[in-house]
Ligand binder design. Structure first.
Ligand code: ADP
Ligand code: MG
Length: 615
């Protein structure tokens, strides 16, 4: 930046694109621009409050911390000033000329493609400032950083591709944004309109907001109040305020504790999870306070990564105000706080699951990925997390899910283990070979859908003293008779057949043996105890080079007519019998969800077809 005449700069391409949409589309919700600008002002004030408390050198240090809005119905202007940290020239270029946040590109795409132009999300994607251009044909911004040596700056733009920036003398600390309202946005120069919007969206801003000199908000840190002093409406509004959201939360936990630490916390589970729609990884959503002073916004330290979907406030008197953000990671106090709050929150979720199973089901559908992430990676809280897991099962009612506790509660007498099987859908699992033995013995089997479920259950090993066993294990210990009544093959023929199959399939299988578990299927592929078929499939998908899996145990059903016919065929046409054996093996792999090489398979199918059509 040089001189005072001003310099014109181009917006970054993404900003231009965003502005183009913001300026040229019609929105029903455009009044949210005020919420965004007030939220930026409040952020800037929180930062100055923190810097002052932490003993930093601050320009104009005695200015009151507040937000002033002035409207002029004659001039059609609305201005909003704060005494926050302000910006230096470089910061201005960085913050208001480019988009830094990773999620905002996805947001941009979403805006461009949707008809409804759901601009309400703008604040969640770190581009709230630009919403000013929904109502303003020109925006002037005057700012002076808290840094003692900084220069004041003037920034102006009409939102069309470029902005100008110049030095400005005589500014006090903070930022003033003047909106020259569009003809169709003149209502925003009316004090009553502005007051109404502030009441609706910004009642929880913890600094005075003045409209033409009159204070319009009551400042309250509702997390420090008693539960019975806060109304349902206040909770909802507070949630919307802190998470820049427009929906209502799914769950809310408001609690205080005195020991082992003094804590006031107000935590929310949002209504939905944008991460699951591919909007990018969620940023942590809990702000850390000490005696109502914001220490860190969206703190990564106060909850584990896998609770990044939780929004809210944690306030602890014990935290030293001058704790530096760098030191937070190593602070014993902070990790203690994290443990206590995480535990409390998981207990809360478990209580909700008991009290309101249907609502918990909704939660599970939207947020299970985070609970699973925690259960797979965080041993400190694993026991609590495992209680939160939900599954379909061979005995669950359609649309209902069960917990491990429910499963154990209705285990059959003498049943040794908890069984689970992975598959892409209930239908696929129920059509496959793995369930047969359990069905014939009326034993419940949990259906897992994702490889991570199998990973968690394998890692866990047991639940309440009961072993967790994947139904595709080679060493299933199911005592009792072996189901079917028809005769299998005579013993000596079975022995010969098994040897022939092992020889024919060679390296592909570790063992071929007679099955005691199959009823309707001719063959089944089993896994050794330390892994499951679904985890192997994951490995197949990850390892690009391919289709190699460790040799597995294959069991054949000697009561099945396919196996009996195969046995007879060996003597008549061994070449065809070999082809058939390989196909049976591949079919068993497919039933196991494993990936087979389609080229061999197609070749083989043609050979079989040819034979079939000869006769
Ligand atoms: P976000 O607030 O999510 O970062 P915005 O588009 O609303 O995204 O604002 C972009 C950035 O501009 C802010 O992060 C902040 O650094 C800066 N900024 C905006 N308004 C102010 C203000 N009133 N005072 C100081 N900095 C501001
Ligand atoms: Mg913002």
């Amino acid at each position: 930046m040089s001189g005072t005449s001003g310099e014109t700069k181009e917006f970054q391409a993404e900003v231009k694109q965003l502005l183009d949409i913001v300026i040229n589309s019609l929105y029903t919700d455009r009044e949210i621009f005020l919420r965004e600008l007030i939220s930026n002002a409040a952020d800037a004030l929180e930062k100055i409050r923190y810097l002052k408390l932490a003993g930093s050198e601050v320009w104009d240090k005695d200015l009151p911390l507040e937000i002033s809005i002035n409207v002029d119905e004659q001039a059609h202007t609305l201005s909003i000033s704060d005494t926050g940290i302000g910006m230096t020239g470089d910061e201005l270029v960085q913050n208001l000329g480019t988009i830094a946040h990773s999620g905002s590109k996805v947001f941009l795409k979403h805006l461009a493609e949707s008809d409804s132009k759901d601009v309400n999300l703008i604040g969640q994607f770190g581009v709230g400032f630009y919403s000013a251009f929904m109502v303003a044909e020109k925006v002037t911004l005057l700012t002076r950083s808290y840094k003692p040596e900084a220069q004041g700056c003037r920034w102006t733009s009409e939102g069309t591709g470029s902005y100008t920036i110049s030095e400005e003398e005589g500014l006090s600390r903070g930022t003033k944004i003047i909106l020259h309202l569009k003809d169709n946005a003149r209502e925003f120069a009316k004090p009553d309109t502005v007051k109404r919007i502030i009441k609706q969206y910004s009642s929880f801003v913890p600094f005075p907001i003045l409209v033409n000199g009159e204070k319009v908000n009551t400042i309250q840190a509702i997390w420090t109040k008693n539960k019975n002093e806060v109304t349902e409406e206040e909770y909802k509004e507070f949630y919307k305020y802190i998470s820049n959201a427009y929906d209502e939360p799914l769950f809310r936990l408001h609690f205080s504790a005195d020991a082992p630490l003094s804590i006031n916390a107000l935590l929310f589970v949002p209504n939905d999870n944008f991460e699951r729609f591919g909007f990018g990884r969620l940023e942590p959503g809990v702000n850390l306070y000490c005696k109502k002073v914001l220490i860190q916004q969206q703190s990564e330290h106060i909850l584990p990564q896998w609770l990044r979907f939780v929004k809210g406030v944690v306030d602890s008197e014990e935290l030293p105000l001058n704790i530096s953000r760098e030191n937070m990671q190593d602070s014993v106090l902070v990790s203690k706080l994290r443990r206590v709050i995480t535990k409390r929150f998981l207990r809360f979720l478990n209580e909700q699951a008991e009290k309101e199973p249907e609502k918990y089901h909704q939660f599970w559908e939207r947020f299970s990925m985070f609970i699973k992430e925690g259960a797979a990676s965080d041993f400190t809280h694993r026991d609590e997390l495992v209680k939160l897991l939900r599954f379909e099962s061979s005995k669950s009612e359609p649309g209902k899910l069960i917990s491990l506790k429910e499963y154990v509660g209705r285990m059959k007498e003498g049943q040794q283990a908890i069984y689970y099987i992975n598959g892409p859908s209930r239908e696929a699992i129920e059509a496959g070979p793995y369930l047969e033995v359990f069905r014939s013995r009326d034993i419940e089997v949990i259906y897992t859908r994702e490889a991570v479920d199998d990973y968690i259950l394998t890692q866990l090993g047991e639940y309440e003293g009961k072993k967790l066993v994947s139904a595709d294990q080679e060493n299933l210990d199911l005592t009792g008779d072996d189901g079917g009544k028809e005769k299998g093959l005579p013993e000596d023929e079975v022995k010969e057949l098994l040897e022939w199959m092992k020889k024919t399939l060679g390296e592909k299988v570790s063992t071929v043996r007679e099955s005691k578990r199959l009823v309707d299927s001719p063959a089944i592929i089993l896994s050794p105890g330390y892994t499951t078929n679904s985890m192997e499939r994951m490995m197949q998908l990850v390892n690009k080079d391919g289709h190699k899996i460790a040799p597995k145990t294959m069991e054949i059903n000697t009561k099945h007519s396919i196996i009996q016919k195969l046995n007879a065929l060996i003597k008549k046409d061994e070449t065809l019998a070999q082809i058939a054996a390989e196909q049976i093996y591949d079919n068993a792999l497919i039933s196991a969800g494993l990936i087979v090489d389609p080229r061999d398979m197609v070749d083989r199918m043609y050979q079989i077809l040819e034979k079939a059509m000869e006769s």
